[in-house]
Structure formats: structure tokens, C-alpha cells
Design a protein around this ligand. Structure first.
Ligand SMILES: *[C@@H]1O[C@H](CO)[C@@H](O)[C@H](O)[C@H]1NC(C)=O
Ligand SMILES: *[C@@H]1O[C@H](CO)[C@@H](O)[C@H](O)[C@H]1NC(C)=O
Ligand SMILES: *[C@@H]1O[C@H](CO)[C@@H](O)[C@H](O)[C@H]1NC(C)=O
Ligand SMILES: *[C@@H]1O[C@H](CO)[C@@H](O)[C@H](O)[C@H]1NC(C)=O
Ligand SMILES: *[C@@H]1O[C@H](CO)[C@@H](O)[C@H](O)[C@H]1NC(C)=O
Ligand SMILES: CC(=O)N[C@H]1CO[C@H](CO)[C@@H](O)[C@@H]1O
Length: 480
């Protein structure tokens, strides 16, 4: 059974739109009202059925009364245009209106904001809060979902036994998959998502040979979801940034089987994950890393300027061997990883460039597995005396600084205290990682090797030169 709180269906919308007068109309819905009116502000519709029957045109809006609860599926019809999207939002001020229900989607140029969505149930199933679908074999454009709160969605939590339902469950989903359909210009930002079985935000915008363009997922706060934080698949140059994902695997509908990871991409070209914070993930079968360049990624897959801490699965997953290999160059740079001590690698077809990161694990042994072709440059590794770091013909170690953990056998590098400002004190924000700046006496200053095409700035936005020796670690400013 598929249930969604909100679904967008395209259908007859375009034909109807041609027959509409150019005047935009605003439709009002007040589920607290006793009798249904004509959808005007003074005589609003009172049921989701009324609202679902209306066909909206470019520039139209559907407004849901604040402080009310509507039971059922909101599934409005119609498509906007780039200049005149259709708006779905709340009116009247006060608490966000809640759509409590099931149901489910295709549409162009919708801007959805300022509503709350729940989809509770006593047992988990294929269920999501909000879903946009593209299944008619055409390219859809423009889905903007922002300032929405999604919580209490009883999505599937077991990927081992219910894989398809788990993949399709979570807070906010986009499903641009069927019959060569694709979704361009999907923007999901500033939403709050918690207590959702299956995960937070899962965006599929196309297929391997037909990737969706312009996917941007940013500024979302995701916590206590029973699965993945953010997943973007089959996008061209998608950007996932400034999201916070914490306590993954926990919550009202906690993880019960299979694998999940914090923030990850699959089947993408040139994906970037940056400025995110991922923390306190529960251990799943073998994943639960903060970041993952999964299978089918091509070009580059970049993880930069992020901070993560205390994820049971650790730092990073190369999963290029988990499906159709894409062979993207994986670039992990200028990140701070606190008490994240593990990397897992599945797939031999990729090059991993892991440089200018801080990996701080004074209490837990490292468990680091990397692709056979890996370049570890300019990182600071703080570990235990018992930890070992990987060696191999294709694993190169340049200018790393090691504290307590021994240098990998037979490689160059320095041992010593990096003299961080105040390590181990990071909380749940990017700012809280400031303790990983370097003191004036730090041996890490100017210890690094020059890396060409290095992104030009460090974690704190200090410049990184293409010719002068950088510091090791994520901080390239002067000693403080
Ligand atoms: C949502 O609907 C379910 C039944 O489907 C009901 O048990 C629950 O109380 C409703 N929650 C709210 C906040 O209306
Ligand atoms: C996407 O839609 C198709 C067709 O309805 C369905 O088979 C598939 O499971 C859906 N995937 C997700 C992630 O919702
Ligand atoms: C994000 O949401 C907050 C309220 O939670 C609001 O004040 C802010 O303006 C929003 N930012 C954007 C860019 O929409
Ligand atoms: C390190 O390993 C040795 C031998 O396995 C063990 O006796 C010792 O307790 C370990 N030390 C720590 C701090 O884990
Ligand atoms: C590894 O990176 C360093 C620094 O960029 C570079 O000098 C070296 O040539 C790289 N090694 C390989 C095998 O690419
Ligand atoms: C490169 C960059 O913009 N880094 C930012 C990372 O986050 C810290 C803390 O919010 C900012 O100070 C940096 O500017």
C-alpha cells in the first residue's frame, strides 16, 4: 500500500490551463469550517476533495488555513510556469496547518511552503510525507519545497526485508523515474523533518542516461529519522549544502534492518556535498557513514567543508561497487571528522583524493578501508596507539601529520601534537568545529604539499594557494 500526505498530479492541467482566463485565482481551504464554500477567502472550501478537484493555472495559489488539520490526501492539480509557479502555502497566521493523511503525484512549477505534514500509523509501511512524481516520460520543471515541517510519518524502516518500500519512504520524496521521465530545477530548502521512518529527503530526478539538472537541497534540518538523511540520485551537478542531519536511525520509527547513510548520492554526475553537519548516526548493517559516494557516480563526487561527529559508521563510504560502477573521482577535502573513525570501501574502479581533513579519534581505533587507488595528502590523524592505517601499492601518503596513531608502515609523514586550539569540543553546528584551528606553535603550519586544483579555500574560508605550501588539516590560516 502506498500512502502519501501530499501528491501532485499533472494530468489534464495543461489543457485546462489554455482555456483559463489570464487572471490568477487564489483558492482557500479551511478544514475547520463546517460547510464548504466556493473556495474564496470569505467562503473557503472545507474539504481536501474540494481542493483536489480544482485545477490550478500558472500564478494561482492554494492557501490552507493556519491552525487547522485536514485529514486525507492533498493532491491538487495543475501546472505553473517558470515565470508564474503555482503556490501552495498557508494563510491567516498562527500555527502551520497540518495535512494528516495518505495519498499521493506530477506537476511543473509548484512552490510549496509553510504547511506541516504528518502521516502517522500504528505500523510502518510504504509511506511518505510529501512526494512529487514525474512518470509520463517527459521532462518536468520546477518543484520548490521549502519551510515545510514534516514529522510523524510511519514509513518503512527495514531495507533488508522491504527494500522498495524503504527506498520510497521518508519525509520528502521526489520520484522522477518512470518511462524516461526526469525532474529539472528541484529545490528543497529550509525544511524541518523528524520522526520519519525510512529517512529525511530522498530525491530521484532522472535516470543514468537522462539525469535531472539543477537539483539543490539546502538548509534542511533533519533529525531522528529511521534511515538516510539526504539522498540525491541521477542528478547532473546536484548541490547538497548547509543541511543538518542528526540522530539518524533513531526516532519514533527507528531503523530496523539493512543499510542507511547520512548524506549521499547515487548515479549522479559531478555531485557536491558541502557545509553539512552529520552526527550521531546509529549503526546499520554495514553503512551509517556520514557521507557516501555510492554507485554509478561519474565525473567527480566531492565531499568538502563538512563537519561530522559520532556516527557509528564513521566518515565516508565508497560504494561504487554496490551497483553499476560509475568510476567518479572521489574528492574528500577540508572536512572535520570528530570521533568518526571508520571508512568503508566497496568498488575498485575509483580514485579517492582525501586531503586537508582532520580526523580526530583519540578514543576509538581507526577502521579505515579505502579504494586501491587513494591519495592521502595533508591530513591530520589523531588516533589511538593501537590503530593502524591502510597501506598498499596504490595508496599514497603525502605530508600527513599523525598523533599517537603510528604512521602507516613504510610511508613518509610526521608524528606530533598538531596543537589544535581546543579539539574534541565540537557540538552539532559547523561553528562548533572552530577548535580545530591551529595554534601558533603548531607543527602542521606549512607542512603540507601543494595540491593543484585544490578548491582555493579551507574549512574557515581562508585562501589556499596553488603555489605556496599549505598547512596540514582543514585550517589554512595563520596560527592563533
Ligand atoms: C491523524 O490521523 C490519524 C488517523 O489516521 C489519527 O489517529 C491522528 O490522531 C491524527 N492526528 C492529528 C494530529 O490529527
Ligand atoms: C516511483 O514510482 C514508481 C511508479 O509508481 C514506483 O514503482 C517506484 O517504487 C517509486 N519510487 C519511489 C522512490 O517512490
Ligand atoms: C528559513 O526558516 C526560518 C524560520 O524557520 C525563516 O526565518 C527564514 O527566513 C527561512 N530562510 C529562508 C532562506 O527561506
Ligand atoms: C592495544 O592492544 C593490545 C594488544 O592487543 C592490548 O593488550 C591493549 O589493551 C590495547 N590497548 C588499548 C588502549 O586498546
Ligand atoms: C597525490 O597527491 C599529491 C598532492 O597533490 C601529488 O603530488 C601526487 O602526485 C599525487 N599522486 C598521485 C599518484 O596522483
Ligand atoms: C568555506 C566556507 O564557507 N566555510 C564556512 C564553514 O563554516 C564555518 C562556520 O559556519 C564558516 O565560518 C566558514 O566560512
Amino acid at each position: 500500500m502506498t500512502t502519501n500526505a501530499l501528491r501532485f498530479v499533472r494530468g489534464i492541467a495543461l489543457v485546462a490551463a489554455l482555456a483559463q482566463p489570464l487572471l490568477a485565482k487564489d483558492i482557500y481551504l479551511d478544514c475547520g469550517s463546517a460547510k464548504s464554500g466556493d473556495g474564496s477567502r470569505s467562503r473557503p472550501f472545507s474539504t481536501l476533495t474540494n481542493a483536489n478537484n480544482a485545477v490550478l493555472s500558472p500564478g494561482d495559489s492554494l492557501n490552507v488555513k493556519s491552525g487547522t488539520i485536514c485529514a486525507g490526501t492533498l493532491s491538487p492539480k495543475g501546472s505553473g510556469t517558470q515565470e508564474s509557479p503555482i503556490t501552495l502555502t498557508s494563510y491567516g497566521g498562527g500555527p502551520l496547518p497540518i495535512i494528516n493523511g495518505s495519498g499521493a503525484a506530477e506537476a511543473d512549477y509548484w512552490d510549496i511552503s509553510n504547511i506541516a505534514i504528518i502521516n502517522p500509523a500504528s505500523s510502518v509501511a510504504w509511506r511518505r510525507g510529501i512526494v512529487g512524481t514525474s512518470s509520463d516520460g517527459t521532462i518536468h520543471h520546477g518543484l520548490y519545497i521549502h519551510d515545510i515541517t514534516v514529522y510523524n510519518v510511519a514509513g518503512q524502516t527495514n531495507k533488508a526485508t522491504q527494500s522498495a518500500a524503504f527506498i520510497a519512504s521518508g519525509g520528502i520524496l521526489v520520484n522522477g523515474t518512470e518511462k524516461l521521465s526526469r525532474y529539472d530545477d528541484v529545490q528543497i530548502y529550509n525544511n524541518t523533518i523528524y520522526d520519519c521512518g525510512g529517512g529525511g529527503i530522498k530525491v530521484r530526478v532522472g535516470q543514468m542516461d537522462n539525469r535531472g539538472k539543477g537539483t539543490h537541497v539546502w538548509g534542511n534540518k533533519i533529525s531522528y529519522v529511521g534511515g538516510d538523511g539526504v539522498v540525491v540520485s541521477y542528478g547532473e551537478s546536484p548541490i547538497i549544502e548547509r543541511n543538518k542531519a542528526g540522530f539518524l536511525g533513531h526516532g519514533k520509527y527507528p531503523w530496523t534492518g539493512g543499510n542507511f547513510a547520512g548524506i549521499w548520492v547515487l548515479g549522479c554526475q559531478d555531485a557536491v556535498m558541502r557545509f553539512n553537519v552529520v552526527h550521531d548516526s546509529l549503526m546499520s548493517d554495514i553503512d551509517s557513514e556520514a557521507f557516501d559516494c555510492d554507485w554509478g557516480n561519474e565525473g567527480t563526487c566531492t565531499v568538502e567543508y563538512n563537519y561530522s561527529h559520532d556516527n557509528a559508521g564513521g566518515i565516508f563510504l565508497n560504494c561504487d561497487g554496490c551497483g553499476t560502477p560509475g568510476g567518479a573521482r572521489q574528492i574528500v577535502r577540508y572536512n572535520v571528522f570528530q570521533n568518526d573513525c571508520r571508512m568503508y570501501s566497496n568498488g575498485d574502479n575509483v580514485q579517492l583524493d582525501f586531503y586537508n581533513n582532520v580526523v580526530y579519534c583519540p578514543q576509538k581505533d581507526f577502521e579505515i578501508a579505502v579504494p586501491p587507488h587513494t591519495n592521502m595528502s595533508n591530513n591530520i590523524w589523531v588516533g589511538t596507539a593501537n590503530s593502524t592505517l591502510p597501506i598498499g601499492d596504490g595508496i599514497e601518503w603525502n605530508a600527513n601529520l599523525f598523533q599517537t596513531v603510528p604512521k602507516p608502515v613504510g610511508t613518509a609523514g610526521s608524528m606530533g601534537d598538531p596543537r589544535f586550539l581546543s579539539p574534541g569540543k565540537g557540538q552539532d553546528t559547523l561553528e562548533s568545529a572552530d577548535g580545530y584551528m591551529l595554534q601558533k606553535e603548531s607543527p602542521a603550519l606549512h607542512l603540507g604539499v601543494v595540491i593543484t586544483d585544490n578548491g582555493g579555500r579551507d574549512f574557515w574560508n581562508n585562501q589556499v594557494s596553488q603555489s605556496k605550501r599549505p598547512n596540514t588539516g582543514a585550517y589554512n590560516g595563520r596560527g592563533v
